[in-house]
Design a protein around this ligand. Structure first.
Ligand code: MN3
Length: 245
C-alpha cells in the first residue's frame, strides 16, 4: 500500500469520528498549563562589558547567560519535583537547606549567590567608598581597609576548588571573612559560619578563567575596581539595624 493510499484510508476513518466527537461530547478540559517558573533570571543591572577591564565581556555573557541561567532552570526543576517547596522564597530555602536535596542546595545557592554577586558590582570608578559606619567597622575588626582586602584575598585564594569568599555580619554584629565551598552561602543553616552577607566573590574558575587563567589572585585584586561600596554599605546599615531590632 502506498503512503498516499494509507493516508487516505486513515483520514476516512479518523475524520468522521473526530467530527462526531466534536459535536456530541462536551468540550474536554484544555491541557494542563504548566505552573509559571518559580524563579527567573533577572537581567544584569549593567551591560555585559560594563565591568571591563576587571571582568571581560565574554566571561560576563557566559557566566550570567549560561551558568546562572542553568542554576535557575535546575532549581525550578528541583522545586517542581517537591510540592512542599512550592511558593517558598529563596531565603526560606536557605534557612532550611539542611533538610533539602542536593539539587536545591547547589542550584538554590547558585541562584542566590549570583543574583547577589551581580548586584555587588558596578562600573570601575563608580563604586565609591565604604560608608563612615562600615569603614569604622572594617577598621575595628580588621585594622584597616587594606588589611581587610588582604585577608579577603587569602580567603579567596585559599578556597580549594570552587566556592566563594564572603564578608558577613555575624550574630554578634562584628564583621567576619568566611569562605564556602561550591554554591553554599552564609545564609544556609548547614554552613559553619552563618551571618548576613555584605559582599561575596565567586572564585569558581568560570568566573575568571578566560581572562586570568590560573591567576586567581590577580582576579581577586582586580575585583575591588568593580565592588559597589554604596550597595555594600547599605547592606551593612540594614544588617546592623536588624540586629538593633
Ligand atoms: Mn559563578
Amino acid at each position: 500500500m502506498s503512503h498516499r493510499l494509507a493516508l487516505t484510508a486513515l483520514l476516512a476513518l479518523a475524520l468522521p469520528t473526530a467530527l462526531a466527537q466534536s459535536s456530541a461530547t462536551p468540550p474536554v478540559a484544555p491541557p494542563a498549563v504548566p505552573a509559571p517558573a518559580a524563579f527567573t533570571l533577572a537581567p544584569l543591572p549593567y551591560p555585559h562589558d560594563a565591568l571591563e577591564p576587571a571582568i571581560d565581556t565574554r566571561t560576563m555573557q557566559i557566566h550570567h547567560g549560561k551558568h546562572h541561567q542553568a542554576y535557575v532552570d535546575n532549581l525550578n526543576r528541583a522545586v517542581a519535583a517537591d510540592p512542599s517547596l512550592r511558593g517558598l522564597t529563596l531565603e526560606a530555602l536557605m534557612a532550611r537547606m539542611s533538610t533539602l536535596p542536593a539539587a536545591v542546595r547547589n542550584n538554590g545557592g547558585g541562584h542566590w549567590n549570583h543574583d547577589f554577586f551581580w548586584r555587588t558590582m558596578t562600573r570601575p570608578g563608580q563604586g565609591g567608598a565604604p560608608s563612615a559606619a562600615l569603614a569604622a567597622a572594617i577598621d575595628r575588626d580588621f585594622g584597616s581597609l587594606d588589611k581587610f582586602k588582604a585577608a579577603f584575598k587569602t580567603a579567596g585564594t585559599g578556597r580549594f576548588g570552587s566556592g566563594w569568599a564572603w564578608l558577613i555580619v555575624g550574630a554578634d554584629g562584628r564583621l567576619q571573612i568566611t569562605s564556602t565551598p561550591n554554591q553554599d552561602n552564609p545564609l544556609m543553616d548547614l554552613v559553619a559560619e552563618r551571618g548576613t552577607p555584605l559582599l561575596g566573590n565567586d572564585v569558581w574558575e568560570h568566573a575568571y578563567y578566560l581572562q586570568y587563567q590560573n591567576r586567581r589572585g590577580d582576579y581577586l585584586d582586580a575585583w575591588w575596581q568593580v565592588v559597589d561600596w554604596s550597595v555594600v554599605s547599605q547592606r551593612y546599615a540594614a544588617a546592623i539595624a536588624g540586629k538593633r531590632g
